[in-house]
Design a protein around this ligand. Structure first.
Ligand SMILES: *Cc1c(COP(=O)(O)O)cnc(C)c1O
Length: 394
């Protein structure tokens, strides 16, 4: 079985061509030109309904959604925002963009937020929390919400890579005050770029809408309690982080595909996980009880191998055609916190660091067939046997 192309995307559904042609014909690409039913507005209505949330605001990226969420919370300059030490560099960057200070907490070997460290840091003058469901791994949202609610601290969910994930039957991204999602190409829905936030808070979404670039009276085109807008007219900066109608059309065409992709991604992941877990050198962390994942990649830890063997494993797998990223092993990985040198007083997080030095990341596009998944698993298992120290056979 030849190895699949692990980077090729799934084609965008053909059904969108008519709508794209219509947009090209009319040149109507700006969300606020049409009096109503612009593709961006329709996307917001459909996404809110799909997530069971009152309001949605589509924007240019998940990073923009995170930034606008922080701005819409009205945090003062320099406010401390607690984030996990394992996330994508876009997350601390959005905090800095909002003129706040990122405070990092430890993440365990299972890629979930270390709750003891989270609780300790939460007591250190924190004004808001961003929970990043990194690679779709969900931390204990019951414990996090209980701690934050008790302290009156708002929670923003970075669900960029978690569309379709459930926590005890609830959709990830709908549990905190705001949830943010990405439509960048490596996420479950691919529009190249794009993002959306959902919330039930009319005042918060009204502010985010204005700041996203609903200048003058364009906010009247959003079905949000109109009183929530009037008081903010001319009082907020306009950052122009809007989504275009073309992107919205491409996203809308993929919404009906989501359930199939989630199911395929989960079954693909679980199949490869089961094969990898048969190796004594590989451990795929279990989901938390109540977590139903929507993965399009797999993460696993190498156990009992030293740094050289870890590097040799990634090299051997790569030479056989499967790219493995060890989060902490390259000098420029954007998910290794020590590479976020734009943060002042960057702390050390020994537990997170230890995890990042052993945690491997392999893409597993949801379109892969069973035989292709087995070919990928075979490469990984052969590579680890090649570099693992000799061991006695029982
Ligand atoms: C992709 C991603 C982001 C950033 O999303 P963009 O739409 O590219 O800004 C943020 N957080 C996580 C966990 C991501 O995976």
């Amino acid at each position: 079985m030849p190895l699949p192309d692990m980077h090729a995307a799934e084609p965008i559904p053909d059904a969108v061509r008519g709508e794209i042609d219509r947009l090209l014909q009319s040149g109507d690409l700006f969300r606020y030109t049409a009096a109503k039913d612009a593709p961006v507005s329709l996307l917001e209505a459909e996404f809110a309904e799909m997530m069971g949330m009152k309001y949605a605001l589509a924007v240019s990226s998940c990073s923009a959604a995170l930034f606008l969420s922080l701005e819409a919370l009205g945090l003062p300059q320099g406010a401390r925002v607690l984030i996990p030490g394992f996330t994508f560099a876009a997350v601390p960057s959005s905090v800095i963009h909002a003129r706040c200070k990122p405070v990092l907490c430890e993440v365990g070997a299972n890629y979930r937020i270390d709750l003891a460290d989270f609780e300790a840091k939460l007591a250190q003058d924190i004004s808001a929390v961003i929970v990043s469901h990194m690679r779709g791994h969900t931390s204990d949202m019951d414990a996090i919400m209980a701690l934050c609610d008790a302290a009156g601290i708002p929670v923003i969910e970075d669900a960029a890579h978690s569309l379709g994930t459930l926590w005890k039957g609830r959709k990830i991204g709908t549990i905190g005050r705001v949830g943010c999602f990405s439509f960048q190409s490596y996420k479950m829905i691919n529009a190249g770029e794009g993002g959306i936030l959902v919330t039930g808070d009319a005042d918060l979404v009204a502010r985010a809408i204005i700041m996203s670039g609903a200048y003058e009276h364009n906010w009247k085109k959003h079905p949000v309690l109109q009183d929530a807008f009037a008081r903010w007219q001319n009082r907020l900066p306009l950052y122009n982080l809007r989504l275009s109608n073309l992107s919205a059309a491409i996203i809308r065409a993929q919404l009906p595909e989501l359930d199939r992709r989630v199911m395929a991604g989960r079954s693909n992941h679980d199949h490869v996980a089961e094969r990898l877990n048969a190796s004594p050198w590989i451990e795929v962390p279990q989901p938390l009880p109540g977590e139903e994942r929507a993965p399009d990649s797999i993460q696993f830890n190498l156990v009992g191998l030293d740094d050289d063997a870890v590097t040799a494993f990634a090299d051997a797998a790569g030479a056989s055609g499967v790219k493995v990223q060890v989060f902490g092993a390259s000098p420029d990985n954007a998910r290794a916190f020590w590479n976020w040198r734009f943060i002042e007083d960057l702390p050390d997080l020994p537990r997170t660091r230890a995890m990042l030095m052993r945690a491997c990341d392999v893409r597993l596009p949801v379109r892969l067939e069973r035989a292709e998944l087995d070919a990928v698993a075979d490469v990984l298992l052969t590579a680890v046997e090649k570099v693992a120290p000799a061991r006695a056979v029982a």
